[in-house]
Design a protein around this ligand. Structure first.
Ligand SMILES: Cc1cc2nc3c(=O)[nH]c(=O)nc-3n(C[C@H](O)[C@H](O)[C@H](O)COP(=O)(O)OP(=O)(O)OC[C@H]3O[C@@H](n4cnc5c(N)ncnc54)[C@H](O)[C@@H]3O)c2cc1C
Ligand code: FES
Length: 258
């Protein structure tokens, strides 16, 4: 983990609320793994303002790529950055997704900007699988072409029916699990809590291993403040309290006590 000042190489809009930010940060990208995140101090907010966590979308040739949605003060300020500006970045943080799926077909389940770490994962897994991506409307479906370029099987659901199937990403997952023997697939998911819980419950019921990247509000990002605690369960059934930033953000579905 390093703490560095990263220079903005480029920033562009992906759709109305989503941006891609490219930062020169070779110290961070050198060891970054899919599912890890960076903690960014947003330039222009007061020194006392908290850092914001963002998943790593790409880490190639010293360029750190992030995808973010503007939801509040920090991300709206982030969207004002231009080439040549600098931001303070700590990372890579967290555990990341396991990269060995033991010969099973990876099923990636993404909601909204949750597609960012899953695209990085697809590029590093070294085998093809299925991407199930869901959102409220077509404009919220991001980066599906990344997976199509890798010849992945891409299936889309939107709640308003403006792209792909009308419905939830879990409807796509139900259809997928119904046709796959339990030992042949491995699930990786990132998205809103409700989606992750629904994915985890389906995986446990189907006897399929699922790796879920939890999205919790964070303060320190390094395990010191206990802002991001999550109830977890060990294999022997004993419960413990983990820190999503330090022990996660990726946990196997059976570990999580919702
Ligand atoms: C491990 C991790 C990875 C993340 N990766 C990404 C990413 O790749 N792209 C991206 O756009 N966002 C990501 N987020 C969420 C991102 O950190 C928040 O959207 C961001 O901090 C909001 O900052 P803000 O100042 O704009 O919003 P604020 O003004 O702080 O909040 C605005 C609204 O967003 C909600 N919000 C803030 N933080 C979160 C959060 N962590 N989860 C859910 N709701 C939140 C607040 O409750 C509020 O309603 C990630 C969060 C975590 C924990
Ligand atoms: S954010 Fe401080 S312990 Fe996780």
């Amino acid at each position: 983990m390093v703490d560095c000042m990263a220079r903005v190489i480029e920033q562009h809009s992906l759709s109305s609320d989503y941006f891609m930010l490219l930062l020169k940060a070779p110290e961070v990208t050198a060891t970054a793994r899919p599912g890890q995140f960076v903690h960014v101090r947003v330039t222009g907010l007061s020194e006392a303002a908290l850092r914001r966590p963002f998943s790593i979308y790409g880490a190639d040739q010293g360029v750190l790529a992030l995808i973010y949605k503007t939801v509040g003060r920090g991300t709206e300020q982030l969207a004002r950055l231009a080439a040549g500006d600098t931001v303070s970045v700590i990372g890579p943080l967290g555990n990341g997704f396991p990269l060995d799926c033991g010969g099973r077909v990876p099923i990636l389940v993404a909601g909204g900007y949750g597609v960012a770490p899953l695209s990085f994962l697809a590029r590093r897994l070294g085998r093809r699988g299925v991407l199930l991506v869901g959102a409220r409307r077509a404009e919220d479906i991001l980066c599906a072409c990344d997976f199509a370029d890798l010849a992945w099987d891409v299936r889309v659901a939107t709640q308003d029916g403006s792209r792909g199937e009308r419905g939830l990403v879990t409807d796509l997952l139900d259809a997928c699990l119904a046709t796959s023997p339990e030992a042949s697939t491995e699930i990786y998911a990132c998205g809103p809590d409700g989606m992750l819980r629904a994915v985890g419950e389906r995986a446990v019921a189907a006897g399929v291993r699922a790796w879920l990247s939890l999205d919790k509000h964070m303060v320190c990002g390094v395990g010191a403040c206990l802002a991001c605690v999550q109830r977890l369960r060990r294999a022997d059934g004993a419960e413990w309290i983990g820190r999503v930033c330090h022990d996660g953000p990726v946990f196997e579905a059976r570990e999580i006590v919702w």
